[in-house]
Design a protein around this ligand. Structure first.
Ligand code: ATP
Length: 270
């Protein structure tokens, strides 16, 4: 029964518009994910081999997972999600079996996207682990390499991997035909923070006194995840003040803003 543990399959209901900022990155993903998955015959006719893997890297909470899901939705692709850490922690042989099984199922229901979170945990440079557990990582990595090489014949399958530590990824995965495209997902700048705040207040009843442009200025070094949390918390503060409240005011946002310190260091932003 454990063979399907940790795997979820669905076409995610996430849209490009749910992601604030990152306009060029979204455009790039549209071209590299949507087109090959939706129009694989066109690529075949031209004799162009589509990209098989994309590595997304950048600080946590800045929408790597959300981008992968939006890409899957746009391409109407089944979304298989695997966590490097979870694979790593499985019993001997179980992680490899889950990997092989996931690629197998992805082929059956193509177009598919296989998303690897915390990819560096299983794709770490060989021979760098200090413990005896390195063999676990090596077996997982070699299974992943075999499966990715097998995608040559498979149509409509794309592997998206996410990591906060791109330098830890084994070079073997960076060869052509594996992760052909490496994209940096940066923390949000001023404009992106404004757009993220707009996205996450879209369904909220906020008063005219809430100035999201100003709030974007006041949230330097906040990640997308933190901005999302700030909006949700502001609603909770309003309810805590008055359980019959129907509108969220600027003071509620300010209360939350003043209680938070951004997790990102300025180093991660440069
Ligand atoms: P991790 O490395 O921790 O897995 P991640 O980069 O994959 O993080 P996500 O899981 O995609 O980040 O984002 C976390 C949450 O933050 C999501 O719920 C998402 O809605 C929100 N978020 C992050 N960035 C943005 C953005 N640019 N626009 C809108 N929401 C965002």
């Amino acid at each position: 029964p454990s063979i399907t543990r940790g795997v979820t399959v669905e076409i995610p209901k996430v849209y490009w518009d749910d992601i604030g900022g990152l306009h060029n990155l979204k455009k790039k993903l549209k071209q590299s994910v949507e087109w090959p998955l939706k129009h694989s015959e066109a690529f075949e006719k031209l004799g162009v081999s589509p990209i098989r893997g994309i590595l997304l890297h950048g600080p946590p909470g800045c929408s790597k997972t959300t981008l992968a899901k939006a890409a899957a939705h746009a391409a109407q692709a089944s979304f298989f999600s695997l966590s490097g850490a979870e694979l790593f922690s499985m019993y001997v042989g179980e992680g490899e079996a889950l990997l092989r099984n996931t690629f197998h199922r992805a082929r059956l229901v193509a177009p598919s996207i296989i998303f690897f979170d915390e990819a560096d945990v299983i794709a770490a440079k060989r021979g760098t682990s200090s413990s005896g557990s390195s063999t676990v990582g090596e077996r997982l990595l070699s299974t992943l390499l075999t499966e990715m090489d097998g995608l040559e014949e498979a149509k409509g399958i794309l592997v998206l991997a996410a990591t906060n530590r791109p330098h830890a990824i084994d070079n073997a995965l960076m060869r052509p035909g594996r992760f052909d495209l490496v994209l940096y997902v940066p923390p949000p700048d001023l404009e992106a923070r404004y757009e993220i705040l707009c996205v996450h207040t879209r369904g909220m009843n906020i008063d005219n006194d809430v100035d999201l442009k100003k709030l974007a200025q006041e949230t330097e070094r906040f990640t997308g995840a933190e901005l999302e949390g700030l909006c949700r918390e502001a609603g909770i503060v309003a309810l805590r003040e008055d359980i019959t409240a129907t509108v969220i005011h600027n003071r509620h946002f300010q209360t939350v803003r003043n209680s938070l310190n951004p997790a990102l260091t300025s180093q991660e932003i440069d």
